[in-house]
Design a protein. Structure first.
Length: 118
């Protein structure tokens, strides 16, 4: 995985995705829990070499973390970003409605490419 940096927490992620950040976290939590059986307790932010900003899930226990680590978090992020793109591209009332869907689509595409190269 071409990670340039890893940051504790999700402040950088929230700043990057603005109004979509909570939506992305909710979708990723659901996807990761359904794929691993483990509950996400928190997040770390990753910045990849190509500029993609994504999340790594943090679990409450080592056993649950091991279960989460078996799931491709980049693929889950790509799915969440695609779903968020669909939701935010129809919501024109947002302040950043023009730029946000484009960012989500670009992020989803970058994540899909990254997941395919792993």
């Amino acid at each position: 995985m071409a990670i340039e940096s890893r940051k504790s927490g999700s402040d950088h992620f929230d700043a990057t995705y603005g109004a979509a950040s909570h939506n992305l976290k909710d979708k990723m939590s659901f996807l990761l829990q359904s794929r691993s059986g483990a509950q996400v307790q928190g997040w770390d932010t990753t910045v990849h070499v190509d500029g993609l900003v994504s999340l790594l899930p943090i679990a409450a226990s080592c056993d649950e973390q091991a279960m989460l680590d078996l799931v491709d978090s980049i693929s889950a992020f790509a799915s969440a970003a695609e779903q968020a793109f669909e939701a935010f591209s129809v919501d024109c009332d947002l302040e950043d409605a023009g730029a946000l869907p484009a960012l989500l689509l670009k992020s989803a595409e970058s994540a899909r490419q990254l997941a395919g190269s792993m």
